[in-house]
Ligand binder design. Structure first.
Ligand code: PMP
Length: 386
């Protein structure tokens, strides 16, 4: 139950990529037959990824090595290329580090950055966006849905506010794309990050949607592939598999959404009901269908994680990318939790292969694990230990 950290690749996507490693190994920049075959495969994958997010045309999709690169390309690329329009960047306190760190980096290069607050559910404070937005703002970057707490942000409203000024809107849709319908035209988004593995494609490949007319600067300079925005020979097998995965998630979205929502709601109910001092992190309803982030007072996420692991259940105590630091999650702190509350959180992220039996098994395990850990914790009040 840690699909947010990594998902299996859909066998149909693996099937689709194999010929591009074995027999059709041309370079799409070559003019001969093998090259043109690779070019056709690249174009088709681009069309499929564009269709998933209703981009106006296939050429609006720039393939990258994944979400981190797409976020860097969007943020540094848009900020640097449009310096003449202003040097203020606005983002939120619930962004992934691949947004936080490029924005912080830009502050060492003469840009001003503002990290907007969120409410206790992790939803962006639109009033502060309105207040901070001014004629100097070039870029606003907001996550579509946070991977740790699952809260979905009001992107349409954000876009309306951002476009009352001359600023661009970048949306990090890494964990949302493929799980919930995303329509860049209806949302009014200028730049949007998506990632292959989050939709059961291979790791190490992703894309940035760049709306027609939005000027950005490349991070990599070289042969000028991807309209000059991402030089380097395209990773055709992975891109083909990404395209196939995007096509599949689009077709199966409704069934997937319904199945996971049921599992998620049962898991939330089953975890919260039997135990006191147990709370849901993130928004109660406006959240991704796969995310269940729960906090238990008086104990630590890591000890719950290890107890579950001993029972054959893999979960996470936060973002896999931040698990090497002992600091509590900045996302949980942004929702107003104290350090010890944030440390008592664990995150389940559901996926295609999870069943209702899996969910019931976890619900059955949890009370004993929590009671045992609380009995050992010096923070637990005496009446709870009895
Ligand atoms: N953005 C968000 C919201 C994420 O959750 C993650 C991690 N899955 C990323 C960006 C970065 O993804 P990657 O490590 O695959 O580049």
């Amino acid at each position: 139950m840690d699909y947010a950290a990594g998902k299996p690749v859909d066998p149909r996507a693996i099937e689709a990529m194999l010929p591009y490693m074995k027999t059709s190994y041309g370079n799409p920049s070559s003019l001969h037959v093998a090259g043109q075959e690779a070019k056709r495969a690249l174009d088709e994958a681009r069309r499929k990824v564009a269709e998933l997010i209703n981009a106006e045309k296939a050429e609006s999709i720039i393939f990258t090595s994944g979400a981190t690169e797409s976020n860097n390309l969007a943020i540094k690329g848009a900020a640097n290329r449009n310096k003449d329009r202003g040097t203020k960047i606005i983002t939120s306190r619930v962004e992934h580090m691949s947004v936080v760190n490029p924005v912080k980096f830009l502050t060492t290069k003469g840009f001003e950055a503002v990290f907007l607050p969120v409410d206790k559910f992790g939803t962006l404070d639109l009033d502060s966006l309105q207040k901070e937005l001014n004629d100097k703002t070039t870029l606003v970057s907001i996550v579509y849905a946070n991977g740790e707490i699952g809260t979905i942000e009001p992107i349409r409203e954000i876009s309306k506010i951002v476009h009352t000024k001359n600023a661009f809107l970048h949306v990090d849709a890494t964990v949302a794309a493929g799980q919930v319908p995303i329509d860049v035209k209806a949302l009014g988004v200028d730049l949007l990050t998506i990632s292959s593995n989050d939709m059961y494609g291979p790791k190490g490949v992703g894309a940035l949607y760049v709306k027609d007319g939005i000027r950005i600067e490349p991070l990599l300079h070289g042969g000028g592939q991807e309209k000059g925005l991402r030089s380097g020979t395209e990773n055709i097998p992975s891109i083909v598999a990404f395209g196939k995965a995007a096509e599949i998630v689009k077709q199966e979205m409704q069934t997937h959404l319904e199945k996971l929502t049921k599992l998620r709601d049962r898991l939330i109910e089953g975890l919260l009901k039997p135990l006191p001092y147990t709370f849901l992190n993130g928004h109660p309803t406006n959240r991704l269908p796969d995310n269940v982030s729960v906090r238990y007072s008086f104990i630590e996420g890591e000890s719950m994680l290890l107890s579950l692991e001993m029972n054959g259940v893999s979960v996470s105590s936060g973002s896999a990318c931040a698990s090497k630091t002992l600091e509590p999650s900045h996302v949980l702190l942004a929702t107003g939790l104290k350090h010890e509350e944030a440390h008592g959180s664990i995150m389940f992220s559901l996926g295609r292969e999870n069943s209702l039996e899996d969910v019931e098994y976890v619900i059955g395990l949890m009370p004993n694990i929590i009671k045992r850990l609380r009995a050992m914790s010096p923070l637990t009040p005496a009446e709870l230990k009895e």
